[in-house]
Unconditional design. Structure first.
Length: 597
């Protein structure tokens, strides 16, 4: 197990439980709806504090499509009318003032098989589980006129749109068009008990305030004296459901603590630290980060070396640190930080369509969301978190209080908050201060080879990926050689600059084809995106009749996607080869000390 060096121990010991508590208390004094005066007041506090430490403050107020749930009513109709406690959700539709009266149909968890078995057209669909956007979209597409979600013991606030950021004329049709409410397990049981006696009619009344709102966006810059404008982006959302102590007051406090510590280390920085504080995470479906991704695209593409997200840290009971998200190229960086601080070995879940991950199209490597999570359980909130993370996490999510009024200061563990902040500080130090960026593209190439081998096997040899595998083989060899050269100590003069340019260029070529369906300038929906989404459909070839129209049409599209992947792999290979040719030759002794594959 890697141990902290003396210098690293001195660094992480600067994390202060007292200052973290102070920031968190000040941030969570008020409910912070996106675009509200209370949220703006919190932004001013954060900006004022960071400016006093020497950060340059940049503020924007983009207008984003923002949705506040206001009120909801659910009545079980019959000889007597019974009211069932409920909440409505961000981006759901409002009903007329008198509400809507509908027949009720139970569709279990709203899976496709249930929707085929029990038609919901024109009815209110009763679904188990939180109002996750993918399920909401699927049930609405099946024709449901309204939805009632059974959350479990508590009702969890949710945003129900699959549209990432503000809608465009091309995707506005994907926004929810029907009323949506959630009830707790007791309310769900009452509805199902009534269904057991015969047909049921319900009245729903929802009020949701959805419109374009000006949202605050804060960027705090700490300039590196030796830097060339490249920066590490560390981001977190300020808006909250209720008081949001864990989600995300503690995350903002962690960002501020990282800022405080590195403001005192400014002479050591090789890259700028850019702290980004978003609005619109909870009520505008990542509207703030999506706006920044769009309007500052070139700056991000040319200069951002790493995106580190901070969300839901320091919680009571959050003892699992093996499942934090990391790309293949950032996994070693994240793993070393987690293991040195906690003693746990990071498995590294693949980043999912969540947590303000608005920068994959730019080709920016990503690390972390919530480094610590609850141990596995079967609660509805844990199931929802697993869906949010693509279904591959072994954790129990973020706590039963996530997205509820109970997310208050007592849900934080000061020792856990210090631990998590130390993980961020340690990862940030390497990204900000190491001569060569701590990114491992050997791992990214190995991941690509493994994923595409699996796809090829499932396609049963019916689509030729030989050109892709050939390029991956060449790229893997070249990246291995590059890694040995750039990890040698001491590095020849000018080698670090060449290496970093190459590592950034590799991300710009490899990340979009691995993570993006829509390309570098658009945002995919919040629905899961498989690895190498352009080639993933080849898996269906194994079950389609070989000469069917469906198989032939699929082949046409796959050829185009293969061309796209080969194009980016060729660019990546050319960049590495050019860098290897330009790097100063190391001494024999220096190269022998380089990291081995």
């Amino acid at each position: 197990m890697p141990k902290l060096s003396k210098e690293e121990r001195a660094l992480v010991d600067q994390v202060s439980a007292e200052t973290l508590e102070e920031y968190t208390i000040n941030i969570t004094r008020k409910v912070r709806l996106s675009g509200s005066p209370e949220e703006q007041e919190t932004f001013r506090y954060i900006a004022r504090t960071l400016e006093a430490w020497g950060f340059e403050i940049e503020e924007h107020h983009p207008e984003c499509w923002t949705s506040w749930p206001v009120a909801a009513l659910l009545e079980l109709l019959g000889e007597t009318t019974a009211s069932i406690p409920c909440i409505t959700h961000s981006m759901a539709a409002s009903t007329p003032p008198e509400g809507v009266v509908l027949d009720l149909v139970d569709v279990d968890r709203g899976e496709p098989a249930s929707l085929e078995k029990r038609p919901v057209s024109g009815q209110a669909a009763l679904c188990d589980g939180l109002a996750m956007p993918g399920k909401v979209f699927r049930v609405e597409q099946a024709g449901a006129a309204a939805q009632i979600h059974v959350c479990g013991e508590r009702m969890h606030e949710m945003i129900t749109s699959i549209v990432w950021g503000s809608p465009t004329s091309e995707n506005a049709s994907l926004l929810p068009k029907t009323p949506i409410v959630s009830v707790n397990a007791e309310g769900g049981a009452r509805l199902r008990e009534a269904l057991g006696r015969g047909p049921v009619r319900v009245r729903l009344r929802t009020q949701v305030d959805t419109r374009w709102r000006a949202l605050p966006l804060l960027l705090a810059h700490l300039r590196a004296p030796r830097g060339a404008g490249d920066f590490v982006l560390m981001s977190g959302h300020v808006d909250s459901w209720h008081y949001g102590a864990m989600d995300n007051g503690a995350g903002n406090a962690t960002q501020m603590e990282v800022g405080r510590i590195f403001a005192a280390r400014k002479p050591y920085l090789r890259r700028d630290l850019r702290l980004a504080f978003w609005s619109g995470h909870s009520h505008a479906r990542y509207g703030g980060s999506a706006w920044y991704a769009d309007h500052c695209w070139r700056d991000l593409h040319e200069h951002c070396v790493l995106h580190v997200n901070v969300d839901c840290v320091g919680a009571k009971g959050a003892t699992l640190l093996t499942e934090a998200i990391a790309m293949a190229e950032t996994r070693d960086l994240g793993s070393a930080s987690v293991e040195k601080i906690s003693g746990q070995r990071l498995s590294g879940a693949r980043p999912a369509r969540a947590a303000d991950q608005s920068f994959w199209g730019h080709g920016i490597p990503s690390l972390f969301m919530s480094p610590s999570e609850q141990p596995a359980d079967q609660s509805e909130s844990a199931r929802a978190y697993a869906q949010l993370m693509g279904g591959a996490t072994r954790s129990g999510g973020l706590g039963w209080w996530w997205h509820t009024p109970e997310d208050t200061l007592d849900k934080l563990d000061p020792a856990h908050l210090v631990r998590d902040a130390q993980i961020y500080v340690l990862a940030a130090q390497q990204a900000l201060e190491d001569p060569v960026l701590p990114l491992d593209y050997r791992a990214a190439v190995a991941e690509a080879r493994a994923i595409l081998t699996e796809y090829s096997e499932e396609a049963q040899g019916r689509f030729d990926l030989a050109p892709v595998f050939g390029l991956l083989e060449e790229l893997g060899t070249a990246v291995e050689k590059l890694d040995r050269r750039i990890r040698a100590k001491p590095l020849p003069p000018g080698a670090a600059e060449l290496a970093n340019f190459c590592l950034m260029a590799l991300g710009r070529e490899l990340i979009p084809i691995n993570y993006c369906r829509s390309g570098p300038f658009e945002h995919d929906t919040t629905l899961p995106v498989p690895p190498f989404p352009g080639l993933e459909p080849m898996r269906r070839l194994g079950v389609l009749p070989p000469r069917s129209d469906a198989a032939r049409q699929l082949d046409v599209g796959l050829v185009r996607q293969r061309n796209k992947v080969c194009y980016h792999l060729s660019n990546a290979l050319a960049t590495v080869q050019a860098t290897l040719a330009a790097l100063p030759k190391p001494s024999v002794a220096g190269e022998s000390k380089g990291r081995k594959g």
